[in-house]
Design a protein around this ligand. Structure first.
Ligand SMILES: CC(C)(COP(=O)(O)OP(=O)(O)OC[C@H]1O[C@@H](n2cnc3c(N)ncnc32)[C@H](O)[C@@H]1OP(=O)(O)O)[C@@H](O)C(=O)NCCC(=O)NCCS
Length: 157
């Protein structure tokens, strides 16, 4: 079974949130993404808004029937952004690449924007394989969600 055959997307449902919250708390994943996880309370409040917002496309990533991550398209300041997170147990199997390919078939608006820490080679590779191009590299200041980091801004036009 390859990721190409067996990766599927479906809408995020409230029952997925505890598992998604645990994923975003994983220290190794945060170290790779150079992110600061949300507390359980902040995560619940954030996702209550997301699930209520028809402008956001939020999908669970399934491998066969197993929950392995999530991928979303969400507006920030008038631009449509892409974000994704895969369970560490499933890294390196082509799942994020396939999930992004599937999402790009579902979300047809362009341009789409994605940001990744420049140290996050795997995420940048996933985006480039799906046609995104690095348009800017800049220092991004520390916030409640990120330490200060150098980030690449990639765009699919
Ligand atoms: C980044 C992430 C989504 C990748 O998921 P994945 O399912 O392992 O990705 P894939 O297997 O589809 O593809 C990874 C690609 O990166 C490559 N890669 C892995 N490590 C790399 C590195 N350090 N530098 C460059 N490329 C790298 C792989 O070889 C593969 O490319 P290939 O298909 O050409 O061989 C996953 O590691 C993750 O969720 N990390 C934590 C959260 C995160 O970083 N989210 C993105 C925030 S921008």
């Amino acid at each position: 079974m390859t990721a190409d055959d067996s990766v599927r997307l479906r809408p995020v449902q409230p029952g997925d949130l505890p598992r998604m919250c645990d994923l975003q708390l994983d220290p190794e994943s945060n170290s790779m993404a150079v992110t600061i996880p949300r507390t359980k309370e902040a995560f619940a409040a954030h996702w209550a808004k997301v699930l209520d917002d028809p402008g956001i496309t939020a999908r669970v990533v399934l491998l066969g029937d197993a929950f392995v991550g999530n991928i979303c398209c969400f507006p920030i300041d008038g631009q449509d952004h892409i974000g994704y997170w895969i369970d560490r147990a499933y890294w390196g199997m082509g799942i994020a690449s396939r999930a992004l390919h599937l999402l790009l078939g579902e979300v047809t608006k362009r341009p789409l924007v994605a940001s990744a820490a420049t140290s996050n080679g795997a995420s940048i590779r996933v985006l480039v394989k799906c046609g995104f191009v690095i348009e800017e590299v800049r220092l991004s200041p520390a916030s409640d969600r990120y330490p200060e980091r150098e980030k690449a801004v990639l765009v699919l036009r």
